[in-house]
Design a protein around this ligand. Structure first.
Ligand SMILES: Cc1cc2nc3c(=O)[nH]c(=O)nc-3n(C[C@H](O)[C@H](O)[C@H](O)COP(=O)(O)OP(=O)(O)OC[C@H]3O[C@@H](n4cnc5c(N)ncnc54)[C@H](O)[C@@H]3O)c2cc1C
Length: 429
């Protein structure tokens, strides 16, 4: 066994959670992150109980997570006339042993970054370094081709290379040079955060509208005790004809609120004034709802993919970040069993690549929002009695199917042994 570290391309949520995992199981690693400085970018995301369990096992506490978000209590779908389609408790209130968290993506990434630097030292995350490609070597190592922000190029030798480099992954592009372009189904999302009074349980995720025209909103902070206002994350979405592909430049592009708020004129009820909520945001971002077709394998010799590099998916299931965290843990468990070997990457790939590829396609088919499609098909989106449109048993069965596919079915998760047993270490030769 060589004394080369594991190389990680990308210091997003997936790459940093993997670095913390490797540190926990005694494996030296280095993260290469292309941006020069870590900044709290993005808006809200959900961390599902299956991933919160892994964060707790990594020594990230509820108090840490309370600093970047709040525990979610409810998930609800509401029709255009304001009537409930479906609602269910979430997290601890649903009976999970671990909470679900709604967090600010950027603050959460910064939390992982701080933990990585505290535990491994600043040198463990090399900012301003982009991994442009790799070479599997005959001597049982792998070389990462690295470009620094100042233009210098270097070759870094590792025992394994993990591509955690997101949607536009360079590692994946080399691994699958013939992969089709990014897939866009025609949905455009505008995202932002605004101060607002939380509704329903105070920590409810609400999806409102139809499957082609909707808004999702949920608080990502506890309310300020003096004002009662929390940070409300919102995603306003319309679906247009996507047959020509995504033409606009950029992803997460800043846009003027006036450019899109008109799609939601009249979306006002006594419990929500959506245009007013959107207008209170300091900034709004446009991004297409995009993903990539599943690929047959996430590994090539001593190289593997995790997170969005492996399986970029529509955010409809709120599980992209959660799956990125779980990937790193499953990979860590395979390293504990097989050592820092290609066999470990095979075991990891065999366990996740197929099922998570199916989840990507399921989210493309609307994920849990599929209930809104059904309402639309059966009554055009407006109803008085939801039971007459979709009986309660059918709604419950639909949601149970989704949770099983996404790995957060309550009884299964609660009974599952830890992915990485406490105290497990990789035996380094
Ligand atoms: C700036 C940003 C904002 C986001 N905001 C949201 C949001 O508001 N809501 C939401 O649902 N999802 C958001 N996402 C996506 C979400 O974070 C991911 O879907 C999920 O967390 C999976 O994380 P990941 O680590 O696999 O990928 P990412 O979070 O995309 O992280 C990938 C990391 O790799 C770095 N990187 C990329 N290419 C290279 C390379 N070749 N070499 C080295 N480093 C590289 C990137 O700079 C990034 O830090 C955002 C992603 C980014 C990068």
């Amino acid at each position: 066994m060589s004394n080369h570290p594991v190389l990680i391309a990308g210091g997003g949520i997936g790459g940093l959670a993997l670095a913390l995992t490797l540190n926990q199981i005694g494996v030296p690693c280095v993260v290469f992150e292309q941006v020069r400085e870590m900044k709290p970018l993005g808006v809200g995301i959900n961390i599902q109980p299956n991933a919160v369990r892994e964060l707790f096992d990594l020594g990230i506490t509820a108090a840490d997570l309370d600093g970047v978000g709040l525990p979610a209590r409810e998930w609800a779908l509401v029709g255009l006339n304001g009537n409930d389609v479906y609602s269910e408790p979430r997290g601890l209130e649903a009976g999970y042993r671990w909470p679900q968290y709604a967090v600010h993506r950027g603050l959460f990434q910064m939390l992982l970054y701080r933990k990585a630097v505290e535990r491994m030292g600043a040198g463990a995350v090399r900012m301003g370094h982009r991994v442009a490609g790799y070479r599997n070597e005959a001597d049982g190592t792998v070389t990462a081709l690295v470009e620094a922000a100042d233009g210098t190029r270097s070759e870094e030798r590792g025992i394994l290379l993990i591509g955690a480099d997101g949607l536009h992954s360079a590692v994946r592009a080399q691994m699958h040079p013939g992969q089709p372009p990014i897939h866009w189904g025609g949905a455009i999302m505008w995202r932002g955060t605004s101060p607002g009074v939380p509704i329903r349980t105070g920590a409810s995720f609400v999806g409102l509208g139809t499957h082609r025209h909707r808004v999702v909103f949920y608080p990502i902070s506890a309310p300020d005790p003096s004002t009662g206002l929390a940070t409300i994350n919102w995603i306003a979405e319309v679906t247009v004809d996507g047959s020509q592909g995504w033409k606009s430049s950029g992803w997460f592009k800043p846009v003027e609120i006036d450019d899109f708020v008109h799609y939601f004129d009249g979306w006002t009820w006594d419990w929500l004034d959506l245009p007013a909520l959107i207008r209170r945001a300091d900034a709004a971002y446009e991004n297409p709802m995009i993903d990539r077709d599943p690929i047959p394998t996430w590994r090539d010799g001593r190289v593997a993919l995790i997170g969005d590099a492996a399986h970029p998916m529509y955010p409809t299931g709120s599980n992209g970040a959660s799956q990125a965290i779980v990937d790193g843990r499953v990979l860590g468990a395979a390293l504990v069993v097989h050592g820092l070997t290609p066999e470990a990457l095979v075991a990891y790939d065999e366990k996740l690549c197929g099922p998570v590829g199916q989840l990507v396609l399921r989210n493309r088919g609307a994920g849990p929002f599929g209930l809104l499609n059904l309402v639309d098909e059966r009554c055009g989106g407006t109803f008085d009695d939801i039971d007459a449109v979709i009986p309660p048993e059918e709604r419950a069965a639909f949601m149970a199917g989704y949770k099983t596919a996404a790995g957060f079915a309550i009884e299964t998760l609660n009974a599952a042994p830890p992915i990485i047993p406490a105290g497990a270490r990789v035996v380094l030769g």
